[in-house]
Write a protein that binds this ligand. Structure first.
Ligand code: ADP
Length: 246
């Protein structure tokens, strides 16, 4: 077990977006999160990374680090939570005035105050890993969307997180660029990274996931292995969703 989430709730004003969510992420496994737009998938991922703070709920990590959001949360706890996971955003969120390499070293050097030369070397290794060794000195506007997203993945890896979070990593990409990004994520899965992926790419989810969660209206409606949830869903809402998007 890597992380156990117990009774997570999140509201924006009167709108309750996540309702008493329980879930576990196993170490070295891939959890995919699917569901209609507005069902709370992104908010769930952002809560896992403390980019949004839950109103209620308990996180328990494998190393016994616990956070209970029912009480007051310290800044240090938030920082500790953020360090555990690397987030890959739908719209890449790269710094436009920094090169690919600088985007990757920014977190470790500026935020985590690590050694600059060492991080540069590591960043180059990560750019090589995502197939961009020859693009290190280019700026985001000189890269395709798929290349920018691969820089985004290298950047998330650079902080050496325990958990990788992907928020619809290919939804902003032209169809011909999706494959390269998915193949980088598949490589990470085969290296046994612990990952949670919000995705509409069902074929990818089927190939890469150990567990799939279907969300609707702020609830987890169904969860299980991909061959069950994606191929033989028990719940009517899951069946309807899959029929609509296939
Ligand atoms: P999904 O990722 O499944 O499309 P989201 O988590 O993005 O769903 O959004 C769930 C609901 O929460 C939506 O109704 C959305 O409008 C609302 N929401 C998300 N972020 C905010 C925010 N920062 N402020 C207010 N409402 C938000």
């Amino acid at each position: 077990m890597y992380l156990n989430v117990d009774g997570l709730s999140k509201s924006f004003g009167d709108l309750e977006v996540l309702k008493d969510i329980d879930l576990s992420i196993e170490k070295g496994k891939v959890l995919s999160i699917i569901g209609p737009s507005g069902s709370g998938k992104t908010t769930l991922l952002r809560c896992l990374n403390a980019l949004e703070l839950p109103n209620k709920g308990k996180f328990t990590f494998h190393d016994d680090f616990k956070v209970d959001f029912s009480g007051k949360i310290s800044k240090k706890e938030v920082l500790n939570l953020r360090r555990k996971s690397g987030m890959v955003f739908q719209s890449y969120n790269l710094f436009p005035h920094k090169t690919a390499l600088e985007n990757v070293t920014e977190g470790p050097v500026i935020v985590q105050k690590r050694n600059k030369e060492k991080e540069k070397k590591y960043a180059l290794e990560l750019l090589t890993k995502v197939g961009l060794q020859d693009k290190a000195n280019l700026y985001p506007h000189q890269l395709s969307g798929g290349q920018q997203q691969r820089v985004g993945i290298a950047r998330a890896l650079a902080i050496e997180p325990e958990l990788m979070l992907f928020d619809e990593p290919t939804s902003a990409l032209d169809p011909e660029l999706i494959g390269d990004v998915l193949s980088v994520i598949k490589d990470l899965a085969s290296e046994n990274w612990t990952m949670a992926v919000v995705t509409h790419e069902l074929q990818f989810a089927e190939q890469v996931s150990d567990e799939v969660i279907f969300m609707d209206g702020g609830y987890i409606v169904e969860q299980g292995p991909p061959e069950e949830v994606l191929k033989a869903p028990k719940e009517e809402r899951t069946q309807q969703f899959l029929q609509r998007i296939l």
